[in-house]
Design a protein around this ligand. Structure first.
Ligand code: NAD
Ligand code: ZN
Length: 244
């Protein structure tokens, strides 16, 4: 398939399913896990902080990490990739579905509505005692851990950690959307984290077209129809903007 054909397939598609990963937010200045291996947190591997075990052992350190990331994302802005995907959603209407592995909330801030956050959200906390999910206070005044507004127990970050299950309804909705999609777009994900990465293969298995936008080759590349080797903003513009 050529870029021209990929663009035509996307324009003609009635149903489009999009999967985004950390690379979609890289141009907003939010580091991918690979980029995060620098600076103060370099001595921690995300895998060693983003787990139920880590939280049980050392909740203060885990909360400090998430509170810092929460502060960073509230200062970041959606980038051109988020805006182009929000525009695609307006064009396709109910035929559009987006599943993100990102926890930064930037798709929603760019106007996205038909979306599920498969790995949770940095700006909310969850109570393990009663299940309440509540927004975090302003990052400037926030000192973790937040107390549950219903039962006063200390709350945990509302993040799906390594070894935990994804939210069932969100994953079901995403699976259906990828099975039914004429075209799936896979933007800025390394394709190493399952089951999210498996969504791309659902579309392929059902005979749909799967297009990746990523500057680097990924684990998924060999199974896909077409790869745009560029950063998310320029890659999506090449696919969506017919004016060149
Ligand atoms: P990942 O870090 O494993 O992979 C990032 C991918 O993005 C890589 O394939 C890389 O080549 C690509 N990339 C880098 N810069 C890009 C750009 N400008 N445009 C397009 N692609 C670019 O991330 P993942 O696949 O999302 O999976 C890792 C996990 O990390 C997820 O579970 C996610 O929840 C979590 N995470 C989220 C955020 C966020 O919310 N912004 C940030 C870091 C990690
Ligand atoms: Zn509670």
């Amino acid at each position: 398939m050529t870029l021209e054909q990929a663009r035509a397939a996307l324009a003609a598609a009635r149903r489009v399913a999009v999967l985004t990963g950390a690379g979609a937010s890289a141009e907003s200045g939010i580091p991918t896990f690979r980029d995060a291996q620098t600076g103060h947190w370099a001595r921690f591997r995300p895998e060693d902080l983003a787990s139920p075990d880590a939280y049980r052992r050392d909740p203060e350190t885990v909360w400090a990490w998430y509170a810092g990331r929460y502060r960073d994302v509230t200062q970041a802005q959606p980038n051109e990739a988020h805006h182009l995907l929000a525009r695609l959603e307006r064009e396709k209407g109910d035929g559009f579905f987006l599943a993100t592995q990102n926890v930064d909330g930037l798709h929603a801030r760019a106007g996205g509505e038909r979306l599920v956050e498969l790995h949770g959200n940095l700006s909310t906390a969850r109570c393990e005692t009663c299940g309440t999910v509540a927004p975090l206070p302003d990052p400037e005044t926030f000192t973790p851990p937040p107390g549950c507004p219903v039962c006063a127990a200390p709350m945990r970050p509302n993040i799906v950690w390594f070894g935990e299950f994804l939210p069932e309804l969100a994953l079901e909705a995403a699976t259906r959307a990828f099975e039914e999609a004429d075209v799936a777009l896979i933007v800025g994900t390394s394709g190493q984290v399952y089951p999210a990465a498996g969504l791309a293969l659902e579309t392929r298995r059902a005979g749909g077209v799967v297009i990746e936008v990523n500057p680097d080759e990924t684990e998924l590349t060999p199974y896909l129809t077409y790869s745009v080797r560029d950063v998310a903003s320029r890659g999506l513009l090449a696919l969506l903007d017919p004016t060149d």
